[in-house]
Write a protein that binds this ligand. Structure first.
Ligand code: HEC
Length: 105
C-alpha cells in the first residue's frame, strides 16, 4: 500500500492516534490559517472575486492544489499562491487542508 507523504510525516511526527487524524489536524490548521484570511476570508469564503472560496472543498483537492502551487506545477497568474505555498511544509498543507475542508461552503 502506498501511504500519502503528508500522512507518513504526520504519523512520524507522532501524537496522532488514528490515520484519519494523521491526515491533518483541524485545530492546528485553524491556527495556521491566519496567513490565508486576508485573501480567502475569515471562514474560507472570500468577499473579493479575485480570490476563490476554499471552505468546504475536499481535503485531498486542497492539499493537491497547495502541493502543486509549491512545486510550480500549478501557476497562480498573480504568483501569490506560489509564493505562499513555497513556505508551507507537508504538515502545514495537511493541517490547512483538514481545516478548510471542515468549514461550510
Ligand atoms: C495574497 C492573497 C492570497 C493569500 C494570502 C492566500 N491565497 Fe490562496 N489563492 C489566492 C489566489 C489569487 C488564488 C487563485 C490562483 C489561481 O488562479 O490559480 C488562490 C488559490 C488557492 C487555492 C486553490 C483553490 C482552488 O479552488 O483551486 C487554495 C487551496 C489556496 N489558495 C489556499 C490558500 C491557503 C491555505 C493560504 C494560506 C496559507 C492562502 N491560500 C493564502 C490568493 C491568496
Amino acid at each position: 500500500m502506498k501511504i500519502p507523504m503528508a500522512m507518513t510525516i504526520a504519523m512520524l511526527a507522532g501524537g496522532f492516534g488514528t490515520a484519519a487524524q494523521a491526515a491533518g489536524n483541524i485545530q492546528a490548521g485553524k491556527a495556521k490559517s491566519a496567513a490565508c484570511t486576508a485573501c480567502h476570508g475569515k471562514q474560507g469564503i472570500s468577499s473579493n472575486p479575485d480570490y476563490p472560496n476554499i471552505a468546504g472543498q475536499t481535503a485531498p483537492y486542497l492539499a493537491k492544489s497547495l502541493r502543486e502551487f509549491r512545486s510550480g506545477l500549478r501557476k497562480d497568474p498573480s504568483t501569490d499562491m506560489n509564493r505562499i505555498a513555497a513556505g508551507l511544509s507537508d504538515a502545514d498543507i495537511a493541517d490547512l487542508s483538514a481545516y478548510y475542508a471542515s468549514l461550510r461552503r
